[in-house]
Design a protein around this ligand. Sequence first.
Ligand SMILES: *Cc1c(COP(=O)(O)O)cnc(C)c1O
Length: 354
Amino acid sequence: MLLLNPGPVTLTERVRQSLLQTDLCHREPEFFDLQDEARKRLVAAYALDPATWSAVLMTGSGTAAVESMIAGLVPEGGRLLVVENGVYGDRIAQIAKQYGIDHEVIKYEWMQAPDIDAIIERLDGGTFTNVAIIHHETTTGRLNAIDRLSRACAERGIGLLLDAVSSFGAEAIDFDGGGIAAIAATANKCLHGVPGAAFVIARRDALAKAANRTYYLGIARLAKLQDERNTPFTPSVHAYYALVEALREFEEEGGWRARHQRYAKLAEQMRSGLASLGMASALPPEESSVVLRAYRLPAGMTYEKLHDALKAKGFVIYAGQGGLSKELFRISTMGALDANDMDRLISAFVELVR
Ligand SMILES: *Cc1c(COP(=O)(O)O)cnc(C)c1O
């Protein structure tokens, strides 16, 4: 079965085999070597300076990392502006509400791009310490353009908290702009690991001001103990095995730039294949990530029918979310997929819609 959903991904044989390593107690030095290697490789993935940036690991899915980042890195008494143009922006607003964090939401239609000028104006009109935005809004496949926002944040001393769960490892991230205080991501999307390990990469100065709103996901304690080759709880040891192996493979394959190129080719192959069958992509390619694209369902075809027929042929595609589920379906090109797989998938579509 090939997975074309946005994580968990189709694994390489190498990462799958890494799960079968020796049983490991998480209080032994061998585990802390593994933890150290994962943290080091995550910071190196975007050539960040470890004196400025720290990768903090946690056990959970991508949402755990997002929650840890929001709950911890909006300082005590801080105020957060949440940018929403899809499901994941809405999720950050819910997290802020749950923790009683003083926040405002600036909302856009799910098919719309956020208006960066309006966001900067809103920042200037308020007393915000932080702004949160989704990098790749997986709801629609839109890659939100954050560079100008990141620079505006840097100029104003506002910490940008970026949900990079479905972009880390495959899209450029403006760490140099100076506005990003932290990003949250997970092992099982563009890095090609397995679910269970998630992480926040945060500026050390942002970690030093962290609030203590959550127990299990408390980012300051996780960072401090991990720096001391320690851990507060039992981590998902096997997911760490897979993450480290996936990060080694990622580096050997040329890092995020090579992965970007590879996904871009596969996404374009899929886009032109489906376009020739009359299935248009929901967004123009220049507004989309290379990681996932949303497509319009063919006339007279429900998602369920399409999904089940493709699954019978060995392909798992993904539904549109919320109100978009009747109009769209999504195809992600993350994971161990190649041009042959895309050809076979396009042939399967041809048989169905012909
Ligand atoms: C996948 C994803 C998440 C996290 O989802 P989980 O199911 O918790 O892994 C968060 N944000 C974005 C943009 C995502 O694509």
